[in-house]
Design a protein around this ligand. Structure first.
Ligand SMILES: C[S@@+](CC[C@H](N)C(=O)[O-])C[C@H]1O[C@@H](n2cnc3c(N)ncnc32)[C@H](O)[C@@H]1O
Length: 238
């Protein structure tokens, strides 16, 4: 199968250049994949960067408004650090549903493994605050400069992960919170528009949408822009 730049951009919404497409072309294994298998090759041209407690003010906002039975969709969650961070911060909330989705199967498999090697000082410091919680095991390595983190009982904590393309509509509707940061900024104008529409459709009436700082604003009567400390978010009024 020969991938065309235009088709890939259309399929992912991403602002890809010819270099990423050439890289993909070079991978023998992907040449026979059907066009449905975008999830199998997405790791070859997407940016997976994520880390624990990234966008802390937005995670704090989630913590503040979450109550029993809260449902949150983390769209474009990469390898899942933002989902696990939220789960640690919401450990006292029962019956929660935290769904992480991403375009790439490889990233989702990594997220499902629940195993992470952490070396950023700030991440290690933040994670160690949750050392006593049973759902995460932290092992400081001999050099004391890195940390092995293993999350267990994912299901018990209400966490699930799945592959999903934001170009195909919402993963599901009726979420209390839809969280999507550092994803739309990699997209074309058309891609952003489609992704934003999927995200909005995922939010229930009265629910909220949390986007990245440079993402498009929503100019619709049923959406209200709100602020909590440094965190901007959008409330769906009806
Ligand atoms: C830079 S990471 C951000 C991860 C996480 N949200 C964070 O802020 O730490 C961007 C993620 O968006 C995902 N992505 C890109 N296009 C997508 C699409 N069309 N549908 C779903 N996810 C997509 C990529 O696979 C990548 O994992």
């Amino acid at each position: 199968m020969i991938y065309k730049e235009k088709d890939l951009i259309e399929k992912t919404g991403l602002n890809l250049d010819q270099k990423s497409v050439d890289l993909l072309q070079k991978e023998k294994e992907v040449q026979v994949l059907s066009s449905l298998d975008i999830h199998e090759v997405a790791h070859l041209f997407t940016n997976p960067e994520s880390y624990f407690f990234r966008s802390l003010s937005h995670l704090e906002l989630i913590r503040k408004i979450s109550t029993k039975n809260i449902s949150i969709w983390f769209a474009g969650c990469s390898t899942g650090q933002e989902v696990y961070s939220a789960s640690l911060m919401l450990s006292s909330i029962s019956d929660k549903t935290l769904v992480g989705t991403d375009l790439s199967r490889k990233y989702i498999e990594k997220a499902l493994s629940g195993s992470f090697f952490v070396f950023r000082k700030s991440e290690i410091k933040s994670l160690k605050k949750y050392e006593q919680l049973p759902q995460s095991q932290l092992h400081l390595n001999n050099n004391k400069k890195s940390l092995d983190v293993k999350f267990s009982s994912i299901k018990k904590e209400g966490i699930s992960f799945d592959i999903h393309n934001l170009m195909d509509g919402p993963y599901n509707s009726g979420f209390d919170i839809v969280y999507c940061r550092n994803v739309l900024l990699h997209m074309t104008i058309k891609g952003k528009k489609k992704a934003l529409s999927s995200l909005k459709d995922g939010v229930k009436e009265g629910g909220i949408l949390i986007l990245g700082d440079t993402d498009p604003h929503i100019f619709e009567d049923n959406w209200e822009r709100k602020k909590h400390n440094n965190a901007i978010f959008w409330k769906k009024k009806w």
